[in-house]
Ligand binder design. Structure first.
Ligand SMILES: NC(=O)c1ccc[n+]([C@@H]2O[C@H](COP(=O)([O-])OP(=O)(O)OC[C@H]3O[C@@H](n4cnc5c(N)ncnc54)[C@H](OP(=O)(O)O)[C@@H]3O)[C@@H](O)[C@H]2O)c1
Length: 221
């Protein structure tokens, strides 16, 4: 992306979306926090502005947020992924949608339970249709690390069927302060989505606060 795009974060009132919106707002992106409820969106946007008074942030109902944005980020629980994507399908036409859904099925969230469609990323593409370029990322980033200026000890694998769409997500990962890796088509998203359940188990077993992943052998270092 040569110029910073306007971002909508659907479910941006939550832990992951709120934290990512906080980082992108700080990085100078115009961010629209989306919610099922406009009031809730405005309150969440005000919380980000309190920390970054110079940021350009507003809160809108999800559909309005999606319509006003150039790139849409979706951060909602797996159980409501479809209903939230159905709601924005029209507004998302012709755009890149960055889906962060991890297919956790409570109560056994530390057990890998991938959906029949292969991955939540592939389901998002199926729901939104061919005129939307779905990419997926941020599956392994603990939301508790985001609302701070600290470096996050986690790399981000970016999946998507089109390289140009993945490029846009790579830029957003870097803007949020993490190392991004092109990690192949949406079918590969299953690997990172599955890894989240493994990390949740490791958090519990070892008392880690938001374990992450790191790709070794970086040739740029
Ligand atoms: N939390 C993490 O550390 C983390 C890390 C990596 C990936 N993820 C994945 O990212 C996604 C979001 O995770 P999260 O922890 O941010 O989720 P969350 O805080 O529980 O929920 C995010 C938002 O989803 C919205 N939502 C829409 N429909 C909903 C419904 N029917 N019931 C409840 N909430 C609904 C809510 O926004 P409104 O009420 O404002 O509409 C809520 O604020 C999940 O798929 C998760 O697996 C999370």
């Amino acid at each position: 992306m040569s110029e910073k795009k306007t971002l909508a974060v659907i479910g941006g009132t939550g832990d992951l979306g709120g934290g990512l919106a906080w980082r992108w707002a700080k990085a100078g992106y115009r961010v629209i926090v989306g919610s099922r409820t406009q009031d809730k969106a405005e309150t969440a946007a005000a919380g980000i502005l309190a920390d970054h008074p110079d940021a350009i942030v507003e809160g809108l109902a999800n559909v309005d947020a999606a319509a006003a944005a150039e790139l849409i980020v979706v951060t909602v629980p797996f159980s409501v992924q479809k209903v939230n994507l159905d709601a924005i399908r029209e507004a998302a036409a012709g755009k890149v949608v960055l889906d962060c859904t991890v297919p956790l099925v409570p109560p056994k969230v530390a057990r890998v339970q991938l959906p029949e469609g292969g991955s939540a990323g592939q389901l998002a593409q199926e729901i939104l249709g061919d005129n939307v370029d779905v990419v997926s990322a941020f599956h392994n980033v603990g939301a508790e690390h985001l609302r701070s200026d600290q470096q996050i000890d986690c790399d981000v694998m970016v999946f998507g069927n089109k390289v140009a769409a993945r490029d846009q997500a790579v830029e957003l990962v870097e803007a949020a302060g993490m190392k991004a890796w092109h990690a192949g088509p949406l079918a590969n998203s299953a690997a990172a989505e599955a890894m989240t359940s493994v990390l949740i188990g490791i958090n519990r077993r070892y008392g880690v606060h938001g374990a992450g992943v790191r790709i070794t052998g970086d040739p740029t270092k």
